[in-house]
Write a protein that binds this ligand. Structure first.
Ligand SMILES: Cc1ncc(COP(=O)(O)O)c(C=O)c1O
Length: 501
């Protein structure tokens, strides 16, 4: 390689403040960094370099020494001077710098990682993730449906399907919704890859940075993250507070929120249920202000004693309720099928946005689920899981009363979760550390708040494990709790300073 050509026409200047060896080193550095001289290139011998720049051989040697100190060249004895491999950071694209900025509740993702890391450790009993028990997945029924129907299926069903979902499945979802008092036409229903995708599409269609969204406080972490990522500001309400409707009305007037996101039936994380009268009052207020309500209902079918009141969507008389459902919690998460029921104009907008990321979702699973629903398998499956999850809720409540004195909790009528509070001294962060040491994990309450929360609440999922494992897990939790109490007695910690507002 003729190196000299890279330096032709370059002149050094003779100003006293800029030694010649430094000038030469600077010129060579530029050629290395611009990759005109790639790693491994043999540079000119010192003698030739000196001739090229019209300097002494010592000046050329000093230039190479400087470059060597900076790690840009290396000398091989008896062979010459070569361009060194670039340090890693020089070679790599700085991906983190390229990410666009958006609001994300960083604390919650840290919590999530902490919980999931501990949940996957061998021997640990996790009450953290909202997972159904795989024992109940109707895998054999799905396998039979597949082998019974696949050969007679129209091959076109497995080609590209519309972005808003496989037509026959949308039809069977409409039929299923009819049974819940929700009348929707096919163009008012859209299939999504899990209701989390529905939340994302809603935020894409409706939210701009700076928009306000009203949410219950606490609420589902995935919804907080989807809305915050779209740049929304979150306003919190607590529907168990008797004045919450007037606070909501204040918010509507003052901030004109884009929508209210709410889980009226077996709430995640609290398990709470909005009574019928409150549903009617909420709808009357929303209709008066034409406020859009996003009703998320993954757990409504999982009632243990009596069926819940009709959904907000079923009671909606002003066309403002968007309904989100999923088969993840009632059937099997691996299907990754959720759905939205909303006015056709919004469905159209969301399927337009969906085209950019997910032009056609997986239609094998949509085809299979349609068969499952059409043949009426869901009812029997729900009867089984309701009975089993009820036993698990009871086992967890019994164990909490027995082993966890100092923890108060709400007793849910269905769903997946028991929401707990520490009545006495100690924080949930301390409890989680102690719990992980004792082989048990849960989600601390902070993860469900969009703003600062007292470190006193936590969520336990009772759906994943059988009664024996639940009892053992809560026993371990009780041990962790005793350790925290003991430590608090021996060296009480000051309460965290309240946030400056
Ligand atoms: C309230 C709520 N909405 C949505 C989802 C997301 O469900 P999917 O698996 O359908 O994306 C969950 C899952 O935990 C949830 O609890």
């Amino acid at each position: 390689m003729d190196i000299a050509k890279y330096f032709t026409g370059i002149r050094l200047n003779n100003s006293p403040g800029s030694p010649l060896y430094q000038q030469i080193a600077e010129i060579v550095t530029q050629k290395i960094k611009s990759r005109e001289l790639p790693p491994g290139t043999r540079l000119l011998p010192e003698r030739d370099l000196a001739v090229l720049f019209g300097v002494s051989r010592t000046t050329a040697i000093n230039a190479y020494r400087l470059l060597e100190q900076e790690g840009l060249v290396r000398t091989r004895v008896g062979s010459g001077t070569y361009v060194a491999d670039q340090p890693a950071e020089e070679k790599e694209v700085p991906w983190a710098q390229l990410f666009k900025s958006y609001n994300q509740s960083y604390a919650s993702s840290v919590l999530r990682e902490m919980v999931s890391a501990s949940s996957s450790r061998a021997g640990i009993i996790s009450f953290a993730t909202g997972s159904p028990d795989p024992h109940f997945f109707p895998v054999q029924t799905l396998a039979d449906l597949f082998s019974n129907h696949i050969s007679s299926a129209s091959k076109a069903d497995f080609g590209y399907i519309p972005t808003d979902g496989y037509g026959p499945l949308r039809w069977s979802i409409c039929e299923m919704l009819k049974g819940k008092g929700i009348t929707s036409r096919q163009e008012e229903v859209m299939v999504v890859s899990g209701s989390q995708q529905g939340l994302y599409l809603l935020s894409k269609a409706l939210l701009e940075p700076g928009d306000y969204v009203v949410m219950e406080s606490p609420t589902f972490l995935g919804a907080i993250q989807a809305f915050q990522a779209a740049g929304a500001k979150i306003l919190g309400i607590d529907p168990s507070d008797t004045h919450y409707l007037s606070l909501l009305e204040d918010y509507i007037i003052r901030y004109r929120p884009k929508f209210l996101y709410i889980m009226p039936t077996f709430h995640n994380p609290t398990g709470s249920m909005l009574p019928l009268k409150d549903r009617q009052d909420l709808l009357a207020l929303a209709a008066r202000h034409r406020l859009v309500i996003v009703e998320d209902d993954p757990y409504g079918d999982l009632y243990f004693e009596k069926a819940p009141p009709p959904s907000l969507k079923a009671l909606d008389s002003y066309g403002g309720v968007v309904y989100l459902g999923t088969f993840s919690k009632i059937l099997i998460p691996g299907l990754k099928i959720g759905y939205l029921a909303a006015p056709a104009i919004l469905i159209k907008k969301m399927s337009f946005d969906k085209q950019y990321v997910d032009l056609n979702s997986n239609n094998f699973t949509q085809w299979l689920l349609h068969r499952y629903l059409e043949e009426g398998w869901l009812g029997g499956h729900l009867d089984i899981v309701r009975k089993e999850y009820k036993k698990r809720r009871d086992a967890m409540a019994r164990a909490l009363r027995r082993f966890c004195e100092g923890v108060e909790f709400d007793f849910p009528g269905g769903g997946y979760y028991i929401w707990c509070r520490l009545k006495e001294e100690g924080t949930v962060s301390r409890l989680l550390h102690e719990a992980v040491k004792n082989g048990i994990s849960f989600v601390p309450g902070d993860a469900f708040y969009a703003s600062a929360a007292l470190d006193k609440e936590f969520r336990l999922c009772f759906a994943t494990h059988d009664e024996a494992v639940i009892t053992e897990g809560v026993r371990r939790l009780g041990k962790a709790l005793s350790a925290v109490k003991k430590e608090e007695k021996e060296s009480p910690r000051p309460l965290p300073a309240p946030p400056i507002v």
